[in-house]
Design a protein around this ligand. Structure first.
Ligand SMILES: O=C(CO)[C@H](O)[C@H](O)COP(=O)(O)O
Length: 164
């Protein structure tokens, strides 16, 4: 599996430990930075680059996922979700790591490095990588609605009259 990884200063230590771990498991890791600690760096460009890598690989038929770290993971998730085709999930325990794949077919996981011990974050990521998307019809339908809205600005469904 190819894994695109990005962070900001708040998650740099986590990112480095995770990358080493993923490489030891045989994954191909693409590091989107930052290369060194800078307390004033900004997460959006790092995370958007990682998300672009995942989206490009999906278009090319290459199996890929993304991991983005920050202090909370909130802004990093927001940044990744700005990229077309990306479904980035904020994960904070084993259950949300698994559900992010089973229900949402997330292709990027976001984690708050200031919220967990690194061992927990690595376990969330392993669960995320290991869990397949079973493709249940209701989840496929909902994910398709998100994609349709992203592509067209319109959405089909029972509650379309509530959109303005
Ligand atoms: O989690 C984040 C964004 O969602 C950032 O990592 C966090 O805001 C960085 O904070 P600071 O600049 O105070 O170190």
């Amino acid at each position: 599996m190819r894994i695109h990884v990005a962070t900001d200063h708040a998650g740099l230590d986590f990112s480095q430990q995770l990358q080493e771990h993923l490489r030891s498991l045989g994954h191909e890791v693409i590091d989107h930075g930052p290369a060194e600690y800078d307390a004033l760096d900004d997460y959006p460009s790092f995370c958007i680059n990682a998300a672009l890598g995942v989206a490009r690989d999906e278009r090319d038929g290459t199996a890929a996922l993304g991991v983005v770290f920050g202090g909370s993971g909130n802004g990093e998730q927001m940044a990744a979700n700005k990229v077309a085709g990306i479904r980035a999930a904020l994960v904070w325990n084993d259950s949300t790591a698994t559900l992010a794949r089973e229900h949402n077919n997330a292709n990027v996981i976001s984690i708050g490095a200031r919220q967990h011990p690194v061992e927990d974050a690595i376990r969330f990521i392993e669960l995320f990588i290991q869990t397949p998307f079973p493709g249940d019809e209701r989840h496929v339908r909902r994910i398709s609605q998100l994609g349709e809205y992203e592509r067209t600005g319109a959405i089909a469904g029972k509650h379309v009259d509530q959109l303005n």
